[in-house]
Design a protein around this ligand. Structure first.
Ligand SMILES: [Zn+2]
Length: 341
């Protein structure tokens, strides 16, 4: 079935997609350090090769070589559903576009100077991480991962360890109207406690009304890192409410919390260059500080016409004049590096 991305029906489909969700191994300090070192060397190598390729070393080249950005939230999936089956709770038609492999993703990221990406397990694969893990194994320096975990299972700690060993650095928590029960749910509390033990972030995909429940969990588990997806979806209906911004800003009182400044295609007017989102971004920067914010595209949804990858990056890098160069570096790379790499 072919749909035009410009039709209202299809736009609302993309917004629906946007509403989708999704053992610390013994912390292994040596391995972890080696991983960090190898990634840093990789980045230096990229910067150096960019300069060498140009043949000169002008100031502009040096600036470009520093565009070593990180996209903190993107999805990949494979059109071969026999090899990588989707959950029976989803339909093949839910895969829109039909294919968005890591090669397709990189084709958007690379020209924009984005060298590293945090892959977020796609909801229609549910707990089957085969494809994402394969991609991560094949490109260990480029990708990190955030997975889906069933927190109601009996052997939760062993499962958490398994995800950590596979390279995952966080867990998605997608509220389907159940977030109000999370703060008192023994299994959710166990997950938050294990996440802190194994240095994994909790990444809630929630609505602004759910922020109070996250706040309650933050009070119970102050060591658990939290990364809120897509501004807690403020602006999804087109309306950016002051009350909701205040709720998100209030969560900043918990130093463990971070926010993804992302999914611009789906928020506010939903039209590039997304300038209507700047006042909200400025408020969030004032509350959290840039060092607790991270930019993300939410690909492939950000690259469906009329939206482009560069449009998303430009909102932070070109249009957010209230950000200093250091702020931009934090939002476009160092915050995500700290949490996910
Ligand atoms: Zn997403």
């Amino acid at each position: 079935m072919r749909t035009s991305p410009k039709s209202g029906r299809n736009l609302s489909r993309f917004r629906d997609q946007f509403l989708e969700s999704p053992d610390p191994v013994n912390p292994m300090p040596t391995q972890q350090t080696n991983r960090l070192i190898s990634r840093r060397n990789f980045n230096t190598a990229i910067a150096t090769s960019a300069i060498l390729k140009s043949g000169t070393c002008s100031a502009q080249d040096q600036i470009e070589s520093k565009t070593n950005w990180i996209d903190a939230h993107a999805h990949v999936w494979h059109p071969d559903t026999e090899r990588y089956p989707i959950s029976r709770n989803y339909k093949i038609e839910d895969m829109q576009p039909k294919s968005f492999t890591e090669k397709e993703l990189i084709s958007h990221c690379k020209p924009a100077g984005v060298n590293r990406i945090v892959l977020i397990q796609m909801s229609f694969y549910e707990y089957d991480h085969r494809y994402m893990e394969e991609v991560m194994r094949a490109n260990p320096n480029r990708f990190s991962g955030v997975s889906l975990i069933d927190w109601n299972q009996r052997r939760l700690q062993a499962e958490v360890k398994k995800h950590r060993r596979a390279g995952m650095r966080g867990f998605r928590m997608h509220s389907r109207g159940d977030a109000g029960r999370w703060p008192s749910d023994a299994n959710v509390r166990k997950l938050w406690s294990l996440a802190a033990d194994y240095d994994l972030a909790i990444c809630p995909l929630i609505n602004p009304e759910d922020l109070e429940h996250i706040e309650s969990l933050c009070k119970q588990f102050p060591k658990t890192k939290v990364v809120i997806d897509h501004f807690a979806r403020i602006g999804v209906g087109g309306q950016i409410d002051e009350d909701r911004i205040q709720l998100l800003c209030r969560l900043a009182n918990h130093p463990q919390t971070h926010v993804k400044t992302s999914a611009f295609y789906a928020l506010g007017k939903g039209k590039p260059p997304y300038l209507d989102l700047l006042p909200m971004i400025q408020r969030i920067v004032n509350a959290y500080g840039a060092e607790r914010l991270m930019w993300a595209s939410d690909c492939p949804y950000q690259v469906q016409a009329p939206h482009t990858y560069q449009d998303s990056l430009d909102l932070i890098n070109k249009h957010a004049n209230f950000l200093s160069t250091d702020d931009k570096t934090a939002i476009l790379s160092s915050t995500a590096e700290k949490i996910f790499f």
